[in-house]
Ligand binder design. Structure first.
Ligand code: GDP
Length: 330
């Protein structure tokens, strides 16, 4: 229901005041820019649509200082009509009262016109704040937003808050949480991942959007940021991002690539274009399989005879893939 575009992709809009970090977020997450290089980015001036090889579509919109929703010339329909989630970025290192004011005006406005849009607030640039100050600032922002909405007669607003920074994995984690709210099939995906983990003694399994490294789903066992990082780094090692842009690969290429990575080959692989690798990582094994153009399954498992179980894992992952395709084609 929240995927309103013809291609069924969730569409996200990033909004907030100038210099709050919107272009930086979009460049780091979707264009793989090193965080330190965002210092030299030009700030966004108007609506800016990214079209990319990702599971989701993404737009960045700078909030003009003169924004006025009561102005009939301001066409909210034009901006919000096919958006599934609005991410509002607040610079936690700056004065944020004005930003909160504008955020609340927007939330109230959306509540009337587009109540199904998911709203997320990124309390951003928290890397620059001390532990205590960070917690206080976060709490203060959440409180102010909720109090004001409450005063406006809007209790229990469906707004979620996240602490983010482009200098660590928090921005990816927050995006993952937002995306997961947009996937009506999430419970089915989690159940499929749980079943896969149980049948193959997998410790943790993630379904990643390969380009952005946002995870679309994971099994329901507790998530720790460490396993996310391991899997996310593994994508960098084995998946050549440039390949994603031309996802037609023939069997020979795919096999050669798997060999290059020192991976355990899969000679019985029928879907030639999908990359499958398994490698030792410390005391664990990592298994990666491309599921479709955008998504890859990545699993972490213990050492115990992982290589002998490779055939079983391949088999179960194929079953998982078929079930997943059925879920997404519903
Ligand atoms: P925009 O106008 O909202 O697009 O903001 P920019 O993306 O241009 O960012 C403004 C400044 O904030 C840049 O100098 C970025 O390097 C900096 N910035 C963005 N994200 C972060 C962050 O997570 N932490 C810190 N410390 N600085 C950030």
């Amino acid at each position: 229901p929240n995927t309103k575009t013809g291609d069924g992709k969730p569409r996200l809009l990033l909004m907030g005041q100038r210099r709050s970090g919107k272009s930086s977020i979009s460049s780091v997450v979707f264009n793989k820019l090193a965080p330190s290089e965002t210092l030299y980015l030009e700030t966004t001036h108007r609506i800016h649509k990214e079209s990319m090889h990702s599971f989701m579509d993404f737009q960045v919109w700078d909030l003009p200082a003169h924004i006025d929703y009561s102005d009939p010339a301001f066409d909210t329909e034009d901006i919000f009509s096919d958006i599934s989630a609005l991410i509002w970025v607040i610079d936690a290192q700056d004065e944020y009262y004005d930003a909160i004011q504008r955020l609340n005006t927007t939330i109230l406005r959306l509540q009337e016109s587009h109540p199904s849009i998911i709203i997320a607030v990124f309390v951003h640039k928290v890397d620059g704040l001390s532990e205590d100050y960070r917690t206080d600032t976060f709490r203060d922002i959440v409180q102010r937003v909720q109090d004001e909405l409450c005063d406006a007669g809007f209790e229990n607003a469906p707004v979620n808050f996240y602490q983010t920074s482009i200098y660590d994995h928090s921005i990816f984690e927050a995006f993952s949480k937002v995306i997961q709210k947009l996937i009506p099939e999430l419970p089915s995906l989690e159940a499929l991942l749980d079943a896969l983990c149980a049948s193959c003694r997998i410790e943790k399994a993630y379904l990643f959007d390969v380009l952005s490294k946002i995870y679309v789903a994971t099994d329901t066992s507790p998530t720790d940021i460490g396993s996310y990082e391991i899997c996310s780094d593994y994508i960098d090692v084995v998946v050549d991002i440039s390949e994603i842009y031309g996802w037609e690969r023939d069997e020979a290429e795919a096999a050669a690539e798997a060999d290059d990575g020192g991976a355990v080959g899969d000679s019985g692989n029928k879907d030639a274009e999908s990359l499958i690798t398994m490698e030792k990582h410390g005391n664990n094994y990592l298994y990666l399989r491309e599921i479709n153009k955008y998504l890859a399954l990545i699993c972490i498992m213990g050492e115990d005879s992982a290589t002998e179980r490779k055939a079983l894992i391949d088999y179960n992952v194929r079953v998982f893939q078929e079930a997943l395709n059925r879920v997404f084609s519903r």
